[in-house]
Unconditional design. Structure first.
Length: 188
């Protein structure tokens, strides 16, 4: 849903209620954890966060409190709990002069000693179809990285029309998500 004005809380709640009854409408639900489906634009980005258990824990805390989104100006409704599998959210995103409401569902969650995070998949209304994963990983040497994995394709005529710009915006947003995680980790 696109708007020239910030959507009201009532509009956001109505979109959330409608989205809760939907299932993700794209191929390969959960595929950011494995082989991503064909026919989608795919991207992976990562950022070194530091070393050790404390850095890993802070990175996970950043994801659990929606820091990548919040630190890029995105609001999340409902905001009251960590991302859990099956939870439906609505993101309110400002892109240039437009406000966008994007409904998503958490399609998986990872909670392992060396890898944690989640992925959400798009629900209508969402300008793209696909999935985005937010992961914190620690290797055997203790090096901690944040990783964003995405596959998507346009789901609205306006996004299709501006697809090259859309890919650029998505790539920049992923970099901003990673920077937000790093900023949160370093603020300890």
């Amino acid at each position: 849903m696109f708007s020239l004005r910030r959507p009201s809380e009532e509009t956001i709640q109505a979109v959330l209620s409608a989205a809760e009854a939907q299932e993700p409408a794209y191929d390969g639900v959960g595929s950011t954890a494995a082989t991503m489906p064909k026919g989608y634009r795919r991207a992976r980005q990562q950022l070194h966060l530091g070393h050790g258990a404390d850095v890993f824990a802070r990175g996970v805390q950043a994801l659990d409190t929606w820091q990548p989104q919040l630190r890029t100006g995105i609001t999340i409704t409902p905001f009251d709990a960590r991302p859990e599998r099956g939870r439906t959210i609505v993101q309110c995103i400002r892109t240039g002069p437009l406000w966008v409401l994007a409904a998503c569902r958490i399609v998986y969650r990872v909670d392992r000693p060396d890898r944690a995070g989640f992925a959400y998949g798009s629900l209508a209304p969402h300008p793209v179809r696909g999935e985005e994963a937010f992961l914190i990983e620690r290797d055997a040497a203790g090096v901690v990285r944040a990783r964003i994995v995405v596959f998507s394709r346009p789901n609205h005529w306006l996004v299709r029309l501006g697809a090259p710009v859309g890919w650029l915006v998505q790539r920049r947003r992923a970099k901003a998500y990673l920077a937000g995680i790093r900023e949160y980790v370093q603020s300890a």
